[in-house]
Design a protein around this ligand. Sequence first.
Ligand code: GDP
Length: 441
Amino acid sequence: MNDLSTDPICALATASGMGAIAVIRVSGKGSKALVSKAFSKDLTALPSHTVHLGWMLAANGDRLDEVLATLFDHGKSFTGEESVELACHGSTFIQQLLLQRLAELGCRLAEPGEFTKRAFLNGRLDLSQAEAVADLIAAQSKQAHQVALQQLRGRFSSELQQLREQLIQFAALIELELDFGEEDVEFADRTALKLLVAEVLKMVRRLAASFELGNAIKNGVPVAIVGAPNTGKSTLLNQLLGEDRAIVSDIAGTTRDVIEEVLNIEGIQFRLIDTAGIRETTETIEALGIERSQQKIEQAKIVLCLTDASDSANFTETTAWVTSLKTLHPDKYILLVQNKADLKAASINEVSTAFDLQMSALTGNGVAELKAKLVALVLGDYNVQDETIVSNARHYAALLQTAAALERAQEGLYGHTTADFIAMDIREAMRQLGHITGQID
Ligand code: GDP
Protein backbone atom coordinates (compact mmCIF):
# COMPACT_ATOMS: atom_id res chain seq x y z
CA MET A 1 0.00 0.00 0.00
CA ASN A 2 1.33 3.35 -1.05
CA ASP A 3 0.97 6.05 1.63
CA LEU A 4 -0.53 8.45 -0.86
CA SER A 5 -2.77 5.94 -2.63
CA THR A 6 -6.19 7.21 -3.68
CA ASP A 7 -7.51 4.03 -5.30
CA PRO A 8 -11.02 3.05 -4.19
CA ILE A 9 -11.03 0.91 -1.06
CA CYS A 10 -14.00 -0.68 0.66
CA ALA A 11 -14.85 -2.17 4.05
CA LEU A 12 -17.69 -2.73 6.41
CA ALA A 13 -18.11 0.52 8.35
CA THR A 14 -20.49 -0.92 10.95
CA ALA A 15 -19.62 -3.60 13.53
CA SER A 16 -19.00 -7.05 12.14
CA GLY A 17 -21.73 -9.58 12.69
CA MET A 18 -25.42 -9.48 12.04
CA GLY A 19 -27.61 -6.40 12.46
CA ALA A 20 -30.76 -4.96 10.90
CA ILE A 21 -28.61 -3.01 8.49
CA ALA A 22 -24.92 -2.75 7.73
CA VAL A 23 -22.98 0.02 6.02
CA ILE A 24 -20.25 -0.64 3.50
CA ARG A 25 -18.02 2.31 2.80
CA VAL A 26 -16.31 2.78 -0.56
CA SER A 27 -13.77 5.58 -0.63
CA GLY A 28 -11.31 6.85 -3.21
CA LYS A 29 -11.09 8.44 -6.60
CA GLY A 30 -13.79 7.07 -8.92
CA SER A 31 -15.89 5.48 -6.16
CA LYS A 32 -19.18 6.61 -7.69
CA ALA A 33 -18.27 5.20 -11.11
CA LEU A 34 -17.07 1.97 -9.54
CA VAL A 35 -20.26 1.39 -7.55
CA SER A 36 -22.37 2.39 -10.57
CA LYS A 37 -21.02 -0.65 -12.45
CA ALA A 38 -22.96 -2.84 -10.00
CA PHE A 39 -25.84 -0.49 -9.18
CA SER A 40 -29.26 -0.31 -10.82
CA LYS A 41 -28.69 3.32 -11.82
CA ASP A 42 -25.78 5.53 -12.75
CA LEU A 43 -24.56 7.51 -9.75
CA THR A 44 -21.65 9.34 -11.35
CA ALA A 45 -23.38 12.63 -12.13
CA LEU A 46 -25.52 12.79 -9.00
CA PRO A 47 -24.74 15.44 -6.35
CA SER A 48 -22.99 15.02 -3.00
CA HIS A 49 -25.01 14.31 0.14
CA THR A 50 -27.88 12.63 -1.68
CA VAL A 51 -29.29 9.17 -0.99
CA HIS A 52 -30.43 6.75 -3.70
CA LEU A 53 -32.48 3.59 -3.40
CA GLY A 54 -31.44 0.90 -5.82
CA TRP A 55 -30.24 -2.65 -6.32
CA MET A 56 -26.74 -4.01 -6.14
CA LEU A 57 -26.39 -6.38 -9.07
CA ALA A 58 -24.23 -9.41 -9.78
CA ALA A 59 -22.14 -9.57 -12.96
CA ASN A 60 -24.94 -11.51 -14.71
CA GLY A 61 -27.51 -8.89 -13.66
CA ASP A 62 -29.00 -10.88 -10.76
CA ARG A 63 -30.22 -8.76 -7.87
CA LEU A 64 -28.00 -9.14 -4.79
CA ASP A 65 -29.63 -6.70 -2.33
CA GLU A 66 -31.69 -3.55 -2.28
CA VAL A 67 -29.55 -0.80 -0.76
CA LEU A 68 -29.42 2.92 -0.02
CA ALA A 69 -26.40 4.60 -1.55
CA THR A 70 -25.25 7.87 0.04
CA LEU A 71 -22.89 9.93 -2.10
CA PHE A 72 -20.06 12.19 -0.98
CA ASP A 73 -17.95 14.34 -3.25
CA HIS A 74 -14.22 14.82 -2.93
CA GLY A 75 -13.54 17.11 0.04
CA LYS A 76 -16.92 16.45 1.63
CA SER A 77 -16.60 12.99 3.18
CA PHE A 78 -15.05 11.52 6.34
CA THR A 79 -11.91 10.56 4.41
CA GLY A 80 -11.90 13.73 2.31
CA GLU A 81 -12.18 11.55 -0.78
CA GLU A 82 -15.06 10.83 -3.12
CA SER A 83 -17.07 8.16 -1.27
CA VAL A 84 -20.19 6.05 -1.43
CA GLU A 85 -21.79 4.50 1.64
CA LEU A 86 -24.01 1.53 0.92
CA ALA A 87 -26.58 0.72 3.58
CA CYS A 88 -27.51 -2.89 2.92
CA HIS A 89 -29.41 -5.56 4.83
CA GLY A 90 -27.42 -6.67 7.83
CA SER A 91 -26.81 -10.39 7.40
CA THR A 92 -23.15 -11.36 7.23
CA PHE A 93 -23.97 -13.27 4.03
CA ILE A 94 -25.16 -10.12 2.25
CA GLN A 95 -22.25 -8.09 3.58
CA GLN A 96 -19.81 -10.63 2.17
CA LEU A 97 -21.68 -10.85 -1.12
CA LEU A 98 -21.53 -7.10 -1.68
CA LEU A 99 -17.89 -6.80 -0.63
CA GLN A 100 -17.03 -9.63 -3.02
CA ARG A 101 -18.90 -7.89 -5.82
CA LEU A 102 -16.98 -4.68 -5.17
CA ALA A 103 -13.73 -6.65 -5.15
CA GLU A 104 -14.64 -8.12 -8.55
CA LEU A 105 -14.90 -4.58 -9.85
CA GLY A 106 -11.35 -3.86 -8.69
CA CYS A 107 -12.08 -2.30 -5.30
CA ARG A 108 -9.44 -3.23 -2.71
CA LEU A 109 -10.48 -4.22 0.81
CA ALA A 110 -9.35 -1.45 3.20
CA GLU A 111 -6.69 -2.27 5.77
CA PRO A 112 -7.51 -1.63 9.43
CA GLY A 113 -7.43 2.12 10.06
CA GLU A 114 -6.96 2.96 6.38
CA PHE A 115 -10.04 5.21 6.13
CA THR A 116 -8.84 7.19 9.14
CA LYS A 117 -5.33 7.32 7.74
CA ARG A 118 -6.66 8.80 4.50
CA ALA A 119 -8.71 11.31 6.49
CA PHE A 120 -5.48 12.37 8.23
CA LEU A 121 -3.48 12.55 5.01
CA ASN A 122 -6.22 14.64 3.39
CA GLY A 123 -6.19 17.10 6.28
CA ARG A 124 -9.70 16.14 7.42
CA LEU A 125 -8.30 15.20 10.82
CA ASP A 126 -5.02 16.00 12.49
CA LEU A 127 -3.04 13.22 14.12
CA SER A 128 -4.56 13.67 17.56
CA GLN A 129 -8.05 13.63 16.05
CA ALA A 130 -7.29 10.50 14.04
CA GLU A 131 -6.15 8.81 17.25
CA ALA A 132 -9.37 9.96 18.90
CA VAL A 133 -11.40 7.99 16.33
CA ALA A 134 -9.90 4.76 17.64
CA ASP A 135 -10.50 5.81 21.23
CA LEU A 136 -14.07 6.78 20.47
CA ILE A 137 -14.82 3.38 19.01
CA ALA A 138 -13.17 1.63 21.97
CA ALA A 139 -14.75 3.83 24.64
CA GLN A 140 -16.53 1.70 27.23
CA SER A 141 -17.83 4.37 29.54
CA LYS A 142 -19.50 7.75 29.35
CA GLN A 143 -16.41 9.64 30.50
CA ALA A 144 -14.08 7.82 28.08
CA HIS A 145 -16.51 8.68 25.30
CA GLN A 146 -16.52 12.33 26.37
CA VAL A 147 -12.73 12.58 26.38
CA ALA A 148 -12.40 10.98 22.93
CA LEU A 149 -15.18 13.12 21.51
CA GLN A 150 -13.54 16.34 22.66
CA GLN A 151 -10.30 15.31 21.08
CA LEU A 152 -12.09 14.45 17.84
CA ARG A 153 -13.82 17.81 17.76
CA GLY A 154 -10.36 19.32 17.80
CA ARG A 155 -10.41 21.22 21.04
CA PHE A 156 -7.10 19.76 22.16
CA SER A 157 -5.61 20.59 18.77
CA SER A 158 -6.76 24.19 18.88
CA GLU A 159 -5.42 24.58 22.41
CA LEU A 160 -2.05 23.30 21.27
CA GLN A 161 -2.19 25.66 18.33
CA GLN A 162 -2.70 28.59 20.69
CA LEU A 163 0.25 27.53 22.81
CA ARG A 164 2.42 27.27 19.73
CA GLU A 165 1.36 30.70 18.54
CA GLN A 166 2.40 32.21 21.84
CA LEU A 167 5.77 30.54 21.51
CA ILE A 168 6.16 31.72 17.93
CA GLN A 169 5.68 35.25 19.18
CA PHE A 170 8.35 34.63 21.76
CA ALA A 171 10.78 33.12 19.27
CA ALA A 172 10.28 36.03 16.90
CA LEU A 173 11.21 38.53 19.60
CA ILE A 174 14.27 36.70 20.74
CA GLU A 175 15.50 35.90 17.26
CA LEU A 176 15.45 39.58 16.46
CA GLU A 177 18.20 39.96 19.04
CA LEU A 178 20.22 37.28 17.34
CA ASP A 179 20.22 39.33 14.14
CA PHE A 180 22.13 41.99 15.96
CA GLY A 181 24.76 39.50 17.00
CA GLU A 182 27.60 41.22 18.82
CA GLU A 183 25.82 44.43 19.63
CA ASP A 184 24.49 43.14 22.93
CA VAL A 185 21.02 44.62 22.63
CA GLU A 186 17.91 43.24 24.24
CA PHE A 187 14.83 43.96 22.17
CA ALA A 188 12.79 41.39 23.86
CA ASP A 189 11.50 42.59 27.17
CA ARG A 190 12.82 39.98 29.60
CA THR A 191 9.99 40.45 32.07
CA ALA A 192 7.38 39.86 29.37
CA LEU A 193 9.27 36.82 28.12
CA LYS A 194 9.46 35.33 31.59
CA LEU A 195 5.73 35.80 32.02
CA LEU A 196 4.98 34.25 28.66
CA VAL A 197 7.10 31.16 29.28
CA ALA A 198 5.67 30.75 32.77
CA GLU A 199 2.15 30.93 31.42
CA VAL A 200 2.70 28.43 28.61
CA LEU A 201 4.59 26.13 30.98
CA LYS A 202 1.71 26.20 33.42
CA MET A 203 -0.75 25.16 30.72
CA VAL A 204 1.51 22.43 29.38
CA ARG A 205 2.01 21.04 32.88
CA ARG A 206 -1.72 21.03 33.54
CA LEU A 207 -2.33 19.14 30.28
CA ALA A 208 0.41 16.65 31.11
CA ALA A 209 -0.94 16.16 34.62
CA SER A 210 -4.38 15.38 33.19
CA PHE A 211 -2.92 12.23 31.66
CA GLU A 212 -3.27 10.34 34.90
CA LEU A 213 -6.98 11.07 34.84
CA GLY A 214 -7.22 10.49 31.08
CA ASN A 215 -5.53 7.14 31.44
CA ALA A 216 -7.80 6.23 34.34
CA ILE A 217 -10.88 7.15 32.33
CA LYS A 218 -9.70 5.25 29.29
CA ASN A 219 -8.54 2.07 30.99
CA GLY A 220 -10.52 2.00 34.23
CA VAL A 221 -9.25 2.57 37.74
CA PRO A 222 -7.89 -0.44 39.63
CA VAL A 223 -9.25 -0.67 43.17
CA ALA A 224 -8.24 -3.12 45.91
CA ILE A 225 -10.39 -3.94 48.93
CA VAL A 226 -8.18 -5.21 51.76
CA GLY A 227 -8.49 -5.83 55.48
CA ALA A 228 -8.53 -8.54 58.11
CA PRO A 229 -10.91 -11.51 57.82
CA ASN A 230 -14.49 -10.67 58.75
CA THR A 231 -14.13 -6.92 58.38
CA GLY A 232 -16.82 -7.09 55.67
CA LYS A 233 -14.89 -7.12 52.40
CA SER A 234 -17.20 -9.46 50.55
CA THR A 235 -20.27 -7.78 52.00
CA LEU A 236 -18.97 -4.47 50.65
CA LEU A 237 -18.19 -6.03 47.29
CA ASN A 238 -21.74 -7.30 46.98
CA GLN A 239 -23.15 -3.93 47.99
CA LEU A 240 -21.08 -2.19 45.34
CA LEU A 241 -21.84 -4.72 42.65
CA GLY A 242 -25.54 -4.66 43.41
CA GLU A 243 -26.34 -1.58 41.40
CA ASP A 244 -23.35 -0.68 39.37
CA ARG A 245 -21.83 -3.85 38.03
CA ALA A 246 -20.66 -3.10 34.53
CA ILE A 247 -21.19 -5.50 31.69
CA VAL A 248 -17.80 -6.22 30.21
CA SER A 249 -16.80 -8.99 27.87
CA ASP A 250 -13.06 -8.60 28.00
CA ILE A 251 -10.73 -6.36 29.95
CA ALA A 252 -7.50 -5.43 28.25
CA GLY A 253 -4.34 -6.10 30.18
CA THR A 254 -5.73 -8.57 32.64
CA THR A 255 -4.90 -12.23 32.80
CA ARG A 256 -7.54 -14.81 33.33
CA ASP A 257 -6.28 -15.90 36.73
CA VAL A 258 -6.91 -12.43 38.14
CA ILE A 259 -10.63 -12.12 38.50
CA GLU A 260 -11.93 -8.61 38.29
CA GLU A 261 -15.35 -7.18 38.77
CA VAL A 262 -16.02 -3.90 37.04
CA LEU A 263 -18.15 -1.13 38.48
CA ASN A 264 -19.43 1.79 36.51
CA ILE A 265 -19.94 4.78 38.78
CA GLU A 266 -20.93 8.08 37.18
CA GLY A 267 -19.49 6.97 33.89
CA ILE A 268 -16.10 5.92 35.28
CA GLN A 269 -15.03 2.31 35.32
CA PHE A 270 -13.55 0.94 38.53
CA ARG A 271 -11.85 -2.43 38.29
CA LEU A 272 -11.96 -4.34 41.56
CA ILE A 273 -8.82 -6.42 41.72
CA ASP A 274 -8.73 -10.08 42.67
CA THR A 275 -12.27 -10.40 43.84
CA ALA A 276 -11.80 -14.16 43.83
CA GLY A 277 -9.49 -13.67 46.80
CA ILE A 278 -12.17 -11.73 48.62
CA ARG A 279 -14.77 -14.40 48.03
CA GLU A 280 -12.56 -17.18 49.34
CA THR A 281 -13.82 -18.35 52.69
CA THR A 282 -10.56 -19.61 54.09
CA GLU A 283 -8.40 -16.71 55.10
CA THR A 284 -4.74 -16.85 55.94
CA ILE A 285 -3.90 -17.12 59.63
CA GLU A 286 -2.06 -13.85 59.50
CA ALA A 287 -4.26 -11.21 61.08
CA LEU A 288 -4.59 -8.77 58.21
CA GLY A 289 -3.90 -11.13 55.34
CA ILE A 290 -1.12 -8.67 54.54
CA GLU A 291 0.94 -11.07 52.51
CA ARG A 292 -1.75 -11.58 49.92
CA SER A 293 -3.02 -8.03 50.12
CA GLN A 294 0.42 -6.75 49.17
CA GLN A 295 0.12 -7.95 45.59
CA LYS A 296 -3.30 -6.46 45.17
CA ILE A 297 -2.10 -3.15 46.53
CA GLU A 298 0.76 -3.09 44.02
CA GLN A 299 -1.73 -3.24 41.16
CA ALA A 300 -4.24 -0.80 42.62
CA LYS A 301 -4.57 2.94 42.31
CA ILE A 302 -7.12 3.15 45.10
CA VAL A 303 -6.89 0.92 48.18
CA LEU A 304 -9.83 0.55 50.53
CA CYS A 305 -8.59 -0.71 53.92
CA LEU A 306 -11.51 -1.99 55.92
CA THR A 307 -11.62 -2.03 59.69
CA ASP A 308 -14.27 -3.43 61.97
CA ALA A 309 -15.89 -0.76 64.16
CA SER A 310 -16.88 -3.33 66.74
CA ASP A 311 -13.33 -4.57 67.19
CA SER A 312 -10.92 -2.06 68.74
CA ALA A 313 -7.89 -4.33 68.41
CA ASN A 314 -8.48 -4.53 64.68
CA PHE A 315 -8.86 -0.77 64.58
CA THR A 316 -5.43 -0.16 66.17
CA GLU A 317 -3.71 -2.66 63.88
CA THR A 318 -5.32 -1.42 60.71
CA THR A 319 -4.63 2.22 61.50
CA ALA A 320 -0.93 1.44 61.93
CA TRP A 321 -0.94 -0.57 58.71
CA VAL A 322 -2.59 2.23 56.75
CA THR A 323 -0.06 4.74 58.04
CA SER A 324 2.81 2.56 56.79
CA LEU A 325 1.03 1.95 53.47
CA LYS A 326 0.69 5.66 52.90
CA THR A 327 4.43 6.23 53.30
CA LEU A 328 5.22 3.20 51.17
CA HIS A 329 2.89 4.18 48.33
CA PRO A 330 2.68 7.96 48.08
CA ASP A 331 1.32 7.63 44.54
CA LYS A 332 -1.77 5.66 45.59
CA TYR A 333 -4.93 6.69 47.34
CA ILE A 334 -5.10 4.70 50.57
CA LEU A 335 -8.43 5.05 52.35
CA LEU A 336 -9.10 3.88 55.87
CA VAL A 337 -12.71 2.76 55.81
CA GLN A 338 -14.45 1.99 59.05
CA ASN A 339 -17.02 -0.68 58.38
CA LYS A 340 -19.80 -1.98 60.64
CA ALA A 341 -20.47 1.55 61.87
CA ASP A 342 -23.83 0.18 63.04
CA LEU A 343 -21.98 -1.87 65.67
CA LYS A 344 -19.54 0.82 66.63
CA ALA A 345 -17.67 0.22 69.89
CA ALA A 346 -17.65 3.20 72.24
CA SER A 347 -13.86 3.08 72.55
CA ILE A 348 -13.45 3.86 68.87
CA ASN A 349 -15.80 6.81 68.85
CA GLU A 350 -13.23 9.27 70.12
CA VAL A 351 -10.79 8.63 67.30
CA SER A 352 -13.28 8.41 64.48
CA THR A 353 -11.73 11.45 62.83
CA ALA A 354 -8.86 9.16 61.85
CA PHE A 355 -11.10 7.53 59.26
CA ASP A 356 -11.52 8.63 55.72
CA LEU A 357 -14.97 7.11 55.67
CA GLN A 358 -17.46 5.37 57.92
CA MET A 359 -20.01 2.98 56.59
CA SER A 360 -22.02 -0.14 57.09
CA ALA A 361 -21.68 -2.62 54.26
CA LEU A 362 -24.52 -4.63 55.75
CA THR A 363 -27.14 -1.87 55.88
CA GLY A 364 -25.74 0.08 52.94
CA ASN A 365 -25.35 3.21 55.03
CA GLY A 366 -22.43 5.28 53.74
CA VAL A 367 -22.02 3.31 50.51
CA ALA A 368 -23.20 6.30 48.44
CA GLU A 369 -20.57 8.45 50.18
CA LEU A 370 -17.93 5.85 49.39
CA LYS A 371 -18.87 5.90 45.70
CA ALA A 372 -18.84 9.70 45.62
CA LYS A 373 -15.41 9.63 47.25
CA LEU A 374 -14.08 7.19 44.62
CA VAL A 375 -15.29 9.42 41.79
CA ALA A 376 -13.89 12.55 43.46
CA LEU A 377 -10.47 10.93 43.90
CA VAL A 378 -10.30 10.08 40.20
CA LEU A 379 -11.53 13.41 38.88
CA GLY A 380 -9.48 15.58 41.26
CA ASP A 381 -10.07 19.20 40.32
CA TYR A 382 -10.48 18.45 36.62
CA ASN A 383 -13.74 19.11 34.84
CA VAL A 384 -14.11 16.49 32.13
CA GLN A 385 -16.86 18.47 30.39
CA ASP A 386 -14.99 21.74 30.09
CA GLU A 387 -11.35 20.87 30.17
CA THR A 388 -9.04 19.02 27.85
CA ILE A 389 -7.99 15.68 29.29
CA VAL A 390 -5.00 13.96 27.72
CA SER A 391 -5.57 10.23 27.38
CA ASN A 392 -2.93 9.22 24.87
CA ALA A 393 0.54 8.08 26.00
CA ARG A 394 2.21 9.56 22.94
CA HIS A 395 0.70 12.99 23.62
CA TYR A 396 1.72 12.74 27.25
CA ALA A 397 5.33 12.00 26.31
CA ALA A 398 5.41 14.97 23.92
CA LEU A 399 3.95 17.25 26.59
CA LEU A 400 6.66 16.19 29.05
CA GLN A 401 9.31 16.99 26.45
CA THR A 402 7.67 20.36 25.83
CA ALA A 403 7.68 21.14 29.53
CA ALA A 404 11.35 20.15 29.83
CA ALA A 405 12.32 22.44 26.94
CA LEU A 406 10.32 25.31 28.44
CA GLU A 407 11.97 24.76 31.81
CA ARG A 408 15.39 25.06 30.17
CA ALA A 409 14.28 28.25 28.43
CA GLN A 410 13.03 29.58 31.75
CA GLU A 411 16.33 28.82 33.46
CA GLY A 412 18.07 30.55 30.60
CA LEU A 413 15.98 33.67 31.04
CA TYR A 414 16.71 33.89 34.74
CA GLY A 415 20.37 33.03 34.30
CA HIS A 416 22.58 34.70 31.77
CA THR A 417 22.21 32.30 28.91
CA THR A 418 22.58 33.91 25.51
CA ALA A 419 19.54 34.46 23.35
CA ASP A 420 20.49 31.77 20.84
CA PHE A 421 20.29 29.01 23.45
CA ILE A 422 16.94 30.25 24.69
CA ALA A 423 15.65 30.40 21.13
CA MET A 424 16.78 26.81 20.60
CA ASP A 425 14.79 25.58 23.61
CA ILE A 426 11.70 27.47 22.50
CA ARG A 427 11.95 25.95 19.03
CA GLU A 428 12.27 22.52 20.61
CA ALA A 429 9.11 23.16 22.67
CA MET A 430 7.24 24.16 19.52
CA ARG A 431 8.49 21.10 17.69
CA GLN A 432 7.27 18.81 20.48
CA LEU A 433 3.81 20.42 20.49
CA GLY A 434 3.71 20.00 16.71
CA HIS A 435 4.39 16.27 17.13
CA ILE A 436 1.06 15.81 18.84
CA THR A 437 -1.01 17.12 15.98
CA GLY A 438 1.38 15.80 13.34
CA GLN A 439 2.25 19.33 12.26
CA ILE A 440 5.61 19.66 10.56
CA ASP A 441 7.12 22.98 9.66
P1 GDP B 1 -14.73 -10.57 54.89
O1 GDP B 1 -14.13 -11.76 55.50
O2 GDP B 1 -13.87 -9.37 55.12
O3 GDP B 1 -15.07 -10.74 53.45
O4 GDP B 1 -16.08 -10.26 55.69
P2 GDP B 1 -17.57 -10.65 55.31
O5 GDP B 1 -18.09 -9.71 54.28
O6 GDP B 1 -17.67 -12.07 55.06
O7 GDP B 1 -18.32 -10.26 56.68
C1 GDP B 1 -18.07 -10.94 57.88
C2 GDP B 1 -19.27 -10.82 58.77
O8 GDP B 1 -19.52 -9.46 59.10
C3 GDP B 1 -20.55 -11.30 58.08
O9 GDP B 1 -21.31 -12.00 59.05
C4 GDP B 1 -21.24 -10.03 57.68
O10 GDP B 1 -22.63 -10.16 57.61
C5 GDP B 1 -20.83 -9.09 58.76
N1 GDP B 1 -20.82 -7.69 58.32
C6 GDP B 1 -20.20 -7.18 57.22
N2 GDP B 1 -20.41 -5.84 57.15
C7 GDP B 1 -21.16 -5.51 58.23
C8 GDP B 1 -21.69 -4.27 58.73
O11 GDP B 1 -21.52 -3.20 58.15
N3 GDP B 1 -22.41 -4.31 59.87
C9 GDP B 1 -22.62 -5.50 60.55
N4 GDP B 1 -23.33 -5.43 61.65
N5 GDP B 1 -22.14 -6.66 60.10
C10 GDP B 1 -21.42 -6.68 58.98
